[in-house]
Design a protein around this ligand. Sequence first.
Ligand code: NAD
Length: 266
Amino acid sequence: MTDRQIQSYRPGMPLTAYDLSDRTAFVTGAASGIGRASALMLAEAGAAVHCADRDEVGLAETRALITKAGGTAHAHPLDVSDRAQVKAALEAAGPVHIVVAIAGIMHTSSVLETEDADLDRVLSVNFRGVLHACQEAARTMIARGIRGSIVTMASGAVDSSRPGLFCYSVSKVAVVQLTRTLAAELGPHGIRVNAIAPGWVRTPMTGRHAAEQQEQIESMMLRLSPLARLGEPEDIAHAVLHLAADASAFTTGQILRPNGGVSMPW
Ligand code: NAD
């Protein structure tokens, strides 16, 4: 160990670096899949969690799961594509230290089949929904002097040219660019901004196919991963926890790829 490392070493540091008991988190897409798993994990680490989603039933279930486990949760039914609704929910939440913008939708069509309305709809949720949460939260973090952490949800689709995923990929590439630019702009305020680009994860979004097609997709995903297993929402929630917590205090403007190694040449 160098002198510098010895000076910065504190016993117990690895554990306290994941302790969120003095933090408040705002999580969009918290009614289902990756968003629900992330809200539960942040609550388990001690954060008070404000759960936002347009699905009121799912939102109530997530809140009940957190409360049952002894955590603190609040529900904000909203549409992330409506800036005024996002702003109002953040104002109601009060000082927020962690923002995780997960809400998203899938759309499949080839470039030539894509209507303007398809692209508008996907961008309004997957990109503008993330932008609204980032902008509104960052403004109040700066005003309150909060050195917070913002986590955005991209996708492995940013590295792929798979036919049919045009609108979705464009929206997620935009999220990556937003994340990097925002990280550069907010760094001087002590606010970190990072994206997660998950591989294929078992959630309602990916489980919507007919049984035979679903089986084909899942066996293809198994073959693509050196780990030979499918991703679970908790795999991504662990990445969210890492980027939200002080454990990643020196990490900003990065794209974390929890994907079972599918993007690695092997
Ligand atoms: P999911 O469908 O289970 O959850 C998405 C949630 O977003 C739902 O609760 C839905 O109600 C909410 N939502 C959608 N539009 C909304 C809107 N306009 N306002 C508020 N809430 C809205 O899907 P998931 O698989 O958990 O996906 C979560 C995120 O992770 C998405 O951004 C998705 O693109 C991304 N992602 C998923 C995978 C995967 O394989 N599942 C891979 C890469 C990235």
